[in-house]
Design a protein around this ligand. Structure first.
Ligand SMILES: [Cu+2]
Length: 289
């Protein structure tokens, strides 16, 4: 409960809440950060991400490996056996019906297998379940806004804030990874269905969280939806995944997944903290500069 008590402390010392909160939360939460020389996916923490990994690791990779090996061997045979020296007189035949049927049908069958295995995963991502919590995420050049609309069935409790990347020094001081840590992370409760409504205010962005298995375009004038349910508390990182301008690489996403009581404490604290802020726009620009 260190997180909760620090939360209360930071309300008292209003103004410095953001950095204090983030660093105190990190003492308790496992941070899922990129590892040196790692390859492959980040560990999956949602069922959707698990299904994506299974599809990739046990279907796509074996299929593509067999294809690559087969083509390489065939190419080798042709180079060795049918070069001008080894085979000075070329054969004159053309067309082989059986072979042509085979090399048409086999790729079709491979695609059918891939479709058969991928459609359920796509369906699982695409059909939005009933939300326990909806968070509206808006992409700006170059930061994210998070809006918790009506979080406790009370429109007055709507909470909006901006999330801006920390500088190298700030990230180091806060113990967060460089180019991924932010000042005000998105915070959600663990084990709950979170529906994310994704928008953009200026150009195309994309909200992507690899560990959750989600990546969705943020389009000006159009609302996209996706969802996730994380079963493991922790701090997770993602990035804008659509080229959106000069600082595209500097609008990371940091999500804290907290036990429900700590999430509620965070929500209550933020509402008090932001209650006296008249225009959130002034906060955004102050932090962006
Ligand atoms: Cu962007």
């Amino acid at each position: 409960m260190r997180y909760t008590s620090n939360l209360r402390a930071s309300i008292l010392g209003a103004g410095v809440a953001a950095s204090l909160l983030s660093s105190s939360a990190m003492a308790d939460l496992e941070q899922f950060t990129p590892k040196d020389k790692a390859i492959g996916f980040q560990p999956a923490v949602t069922e959707v991400a698990e299904q994506i990994h299974i599809f990739h690791n046990f279907w796509l990779m074996p299929i593509i490996t067999v294809i690559v090996v087969l083509i390489t061997v065939l190419l080798g045979i042709i180079v060795v056996k049918f070069n001008a020296k080894a085979n000075p007189v070329p054969q004159k035949f053309s067309h082989n019906v059986k072979l042509e049927v085979a090399w048409t049908l086999i790729p079709v069958l491979i695609l059918v297998v891939i479709a058969f295995k991928s459609f359920p995963v796509l369906y699982q991502q695409d059909v939005i379940p009933e939300a326990d919590l909806t968070v509206k995420v808006t992409g700006y050049q170059w930061y994210w806004d998070y809006e918790y609309t009506d979080p406790a069935g009370d429109a007055d409790k709507t909470l909006t804030y901006s999330s801006v990347m920390l500088s190298d020094e700030e990230a180091k001081a806060a113990g967060k990874p460089r180019l991924l840590g932010v000042d005000n992370p998105m915070v959600v409760p663990v084990g709950k269905t979170i529906v994310v409504e994704v928008l953009a205010a200026d150009v195309l962005h994309a909200f992507a969280m690899p560990a959750f298995g989600i990546k969705i375009d943020a389009v000006p004038g159009k609302m996209n939806q996706t969802w996730f349910k994380v079963n493991k508390p922790g701090i997770y990182y993602g990035q804008c995944s659509e080229l959106c301008g000069a600082r595209h690489a500097y609008m990371p996403i940091e999500v804290h997944v907290l036990p429900e009581d700590e999430y509620n404490a965070w929500l209550a604290a933020k509402q008090i903290e932001y209650a006296n802020v008249n225009t959130l726009d002034s906060v955004q620009f102050a932090s962006a500069n």
